[in-house]
Design a protein around this ligand. Sequence first.
Ligand SMILES: *Cc1c(COP(=O)(O)O)cnc(C)c1O
Length: 229
Amino acid sequence: MTSISANLQAVAARIAAAALAAGRDPASIALLAVSKTRPAEDVRAAALAGQTAFGENYVQEGVDKIDALRGLALEWHFIGPLQSNKTRAVAQAFDWVHGIERLKIAERLSAQRDVHLPPLQVCIQVNVSGELSKSGVAPGDAAALARAVAGLPRLQLRGLMCIPEPSEDEALLRTRFATLRRLKDELVEGGLMLDTLSMGMSHDLELAIAEGATMVRVGTAIFGERRQL
Ligand SMILES: *Cc1c(COP(=O)(O)O)cnc(C)c1O
């Protein structure tokens, strides 16, 4: 067994234990393997071990891996910051985008998504850390952005995503994740059909699952320490 497949098993066990502790079905939590900075061969090893969904932060690196591994029928999520001059490549190559924080970017992705492809699945990134973070829409602006994005023809709005500020304070991190969950619940009550809370990484996935995560994004715990680009 490769270390990647052993790591995948260990992460699956962590997800299952956290789900059971929270009274949730482990099958309700998807694992996104974050493969940024890893060679395509590491993705292939994870795919051979049964992992199907992968996350990338850098457009060109992601597109290159998607091309190299096309035969494996994997699902690719763009999870990095996205500038408007890179939207076309993302709209054409990826299945999901997690970090929507501006309507202009969403409009470009919708306009550039090939009509022969399924709609691009998207999440709105919310800044749950206030002044401690610069990325994501402010919680108070999330509903308006969500309604606008939900109306775009080639996108399917699936839910919300957050990256809390780095912290060792578990109680604090839980409040950040809870903020995202409450916001999603409010949007659902307001009539939007959302099923995704993308939150939790290698060091805090248990806390995110306790607060309702439906997708955890895990890199280091699967692939080891990141390589420098
Ligand atoms: C790198 C990254 C992850 C994975 O982080 P790990 O700590 O390696 O698990 C998750 N989400 C985003 C947005 C990332 O950039």
